[in-house]
Design a protein around this ligand. Structure first.
Ligand SMILES: NC(=O)c1ccc[n+]([C@@H]2O[C@H](COP(=O)([O-])OP(=O)(O)OC[C@H]3O[C@@H](n4cnc5c(N)ncnc54)[C@H](O)[C@@H]3O)[C@@H](O)[C@H]2O)c1
Length: 507
């Protein structure tokens, strides 16, 4: 993604690297500097990088664990804003000094409370970091932290750009550090349960998944992040917010809206594509059993929220996969009626309820003869599955993550390889929208190129050859289960008439 003022974000990232596939499959080599914390009684020390709104939920989770007597602690606090007397949102604590006090750190202790996260990475007693800065900082902080031997819990979206996502996934694979992206819906057991049904052939060939994140307000999306007078150049280390010297964002004058409502601007975030779509897409592709798309188109526009923002208020991403299926993610920020979450297979559909507690229904398709008219299938009925839900999904993600650190298990609920696939998809949507192009993703080397006729040609050729469909990752039913056609008898009459000869009458 490039900002309004095009710039090269590769400064700290380098240029080439291993393949997308290699990243997923790569072996791991634990960092020698810090031993893994496997003894369940050994205290796990965390540092906080970016103590804004979302981080307070993580601080609360860690403090609650500590209070419950679990061996975890917060020993380092980092943010670029002092934190003000005025509370920007709902009177909650935010910023460096208020957050330090909240966790019992002395604001004067410069080794523990700092505006430069690198000081905390130098500390050998810190085992892990939590990253919840604006998106444009995620990759650099995650890579620096893993290279310094720390485990990382990084908020979604994993990174700001696709190239950064590849580098984070590569760094995780190389260092073997325990890494999770904070997509808390991955702690919802419905996606794994649906995936296991799908792999067993329950809904036949998977053709399409849809999800959405519709919202509405009268103040404009993300303008509810309040601006306060005590956000100013004296209290905010603006240089460190921008990260210009690391190639993260262009230099620009301090601006409270850019600081607090950064999601509205391409230089720091990706609007609803990266802020909201990532949540939905991550669990949808987990359930469907796909990861990297081959072809992506992003549509949308800024149709109403004319308040100086860059990012669209209506957007849709359409991603197509080699497995022979499609994902649609759609939203507007100006109407909150959802599309609903559905996975469509040839012999059945999985219809997810509006809230996790509603579970999902598997509704069979009627397949005899010609198609029913539109509206004949209202998607009602079917078998209901309601896996038991965690009381608090963020805490569930934390419990799992800490278990992974202690058992040296890299299979967190949202590992870097999954984060990379989600970023590749939504950011191709952004690039497609902004450049007006359909795009291809090269799974072998992570390159993005302009799409061409080869996508459609591939499927047309397969049809001509009467080929068989591809199935999703982990498919364990019969290879043709729920994916064959029963052609009508009269189809025998088809075929080219050459020299006036009826092909149906040929011997
Ligand atoms: N999982 C969820 O449900 C969820 C919800 C909200 C936000 N988030 C994610 O969390 C992240 C933070 O969002 P937020 O709403 O808390 O934003 P925020 O603006 O409230 O907080 C970001 C904080 O990072 C600080 N910061 C900026 N640059 C920094 C730097 N270089 N070093 C240290 N601190 C820096 C800011 O001063 C601010 O306090 C985003 O990536 C967002 O997508 C996730």
């Amino acid at each position: 993604m490039t900002g309004k003022h095009a710039m090269n974000r590769r400064g700290f990232l380098g240029t080439t690297g291993a393949t997308a596939g290699a990243v997923v499959a790569a072996g791991s080599f634990p960092h020698p500097a810090i031993a893994n914390v496997r003894d369940p009684n050994e205290k796990l020390n965390f540092a906080i990088l970016g103590a804004g709104g979302r981080m307070q939920a993580h601080i609360n989770a860690l403090l609650a664990m500590k209070q419950e007597g679990l061996p975890v602690d917060i020993v380092g606090m980092n943010d670029v804003w002092d934190g003000g007397a005025t509370k920007p949102n709902n009177g909650d604590v935010r910023g460096l000094y208020p957050s330090a006090k909240k966790v019992g750190l002395n604001p004067e202790d410069k080794a523990s409370v700092t505006k430069d996260y690198r000081r905390l990475l130098d500390r050998k007693d810190i085992h892990a970091v939590v990253v919840a800065t604006p998106d444009h900082w995620h990759a650099k902080m995650c890579i620096d932290a893993m290279d310094a031997g720390k485990h990382v819990y990084c908020e979604k979206p994993m990174t700001h750009t696709i190239d950064e996502a590849r580098r984070v996934a590569e760094t995780q694979a190389r260092t073997g550090k325990i890494f999770t992206v904070g997509v808390q819906s991955t702690a919802d057991p419905r996606w794994a349960a649906a995936n296991s049904l799908i792999r067993s052939g329950k809904i036949g060939h998977v053709l399409q998944g849809q999800t959405s994140y519709y919202r509405n307000s009268n103040m404009g999306q993300w303008r509810y992040y309040g601006l306060t007078e005590d956000m100013n150049p004296k209290t905010v280390d603006w240089k460190m917010f921008l990260g210009t010297e690391f190639g993260l964002a262009p230099d620009m004058p301090f601006n409270r809206a850019k600081y607090a409502q950064w999601r509205c601007y391409w230089d720091f975030g990706g609007g609803m594509y990266t802020d909201l779509f990532v949540h939905q897409l991550t669990h949808l592709i987990q359930a469907m059993g796909v990861r990297f798309p081959r072809r992506v188109v992003g549509g949308g526009g800024l149709y109403m929220e004319y308040d100086g923002r860059d990012c669209p208020d209506v957007a849709t991403v359409v991603a197509d996969y080699d497995e022979g299926c499609q994902v649609i993610i759609s939203a507007t920020m100006c109407n909150d009626v959802q599309l609903g979450e559905v996975i469509r297979g040839h012999t059945g559909s999985i219809m997810f309820g509006g809230s996790p507690a509603d579970g999902f229904r598997v509704v069979a398709q009627k397949l005899e003869g010609r198609p029913a008219p539109p509206g004949a299938n209202s998607g009602e009925g079917g078998e209901i599955t309601k896996p038991e839900q965690p009381k608090d999904d963020t805490r569930a993600l934390w419990n799992h993550y800490i278990g992974c650190i202690r058992s040296n298990n890299q299979e967190t609920l949202c590992p870097a390889s999954l984060g990379y696939a989600a970023i590749a998809t939504v950011n191709m949507g952004v690039q497609s929208y902004r450049e007006g192009k359909a795009l291809f993703f090269n799974k072998e080397n992570g390159a993005i190129t302009e799409a061409d006729r080869s996508w459609a040609a591939r499927w047309e050729e397969r049809s001509d050859l009467r080929g068989t469909p591809n199935q999703i990752m982990g498919w364990n039913a019969d290879p043709l289960e729920g994916s064959t056609l029963t052609l009508p008898d009269y189809q025998k009459l088809e075929g080219d008439w050459v020299n006036g000869v009826d092909p149906a009458k040929k011997a």
